[in-house]
Design a protein around this ligand. Structure first.
Ligand code: AMP
Length: 118
């Protein structure tokens, strides 16, 4: 049984969120604690807890997250300058909400991808 999360409630409109896009397959809303001028989370409406849980039948919706990210980046006016797409997985990845989500972050130079190892 897949565990519901705060994001399921946002999809169902049981919790408020600044939803910027929604259709039958995905929902996108602004992150409550933005790390850059644009910080949007794009999530499948189906609960897939982590990247580790993606199954073959999910490949289409996972690819679709990127199509929606591309459209939203253009809509936000950040496509030309560039942006970063991030998916965190489990503890070492820093995942906090166990409902797969693609972070779309941009609107300013984002600095190095990671702090140095070691
Ligand atoms: P992650 O660490 O990849 O699991 O990211 C979870 C993200 O969800 C964080 O950036 C949080 O700020 C964001 N977040 C948590 N609760 C909410 C909420 N109610 N509405 C919007 N974003 C949220």
């Amino acid at each position: 049984m897949v565990q519901e999360t705060i994001f399921s409630k946002i999809i169902a409109k049981e919790l408020p969120a600044d939803i910027v896009y929604q259709d039958e397959r995905v929902t996108a809303f602004r992150d409550i604690d933005p790390k850059a001028p644009t910080h949007i989370l794009i999530i499948p409406n189906k609960i897939i807890p982590t990247v580790n849980d993606i199954e073959a039948e999910d490949e289409a919706v996972v690819g679709y997250l990127f199509s929606v990210a591309r459209k939203l980046a253009k809509q936000e006016g950040i496509a030309e300058n560039g942006y970063r797409l991030i998916i965190n997985c489990n503890q070492h990845g820093g995942q906090e909400v166990f409902h797969l989500h693609l972070h779309l972050v941009g609107g300013q130079p984002l600095g190095p991808m990671l702090s140095s190892h070691g």
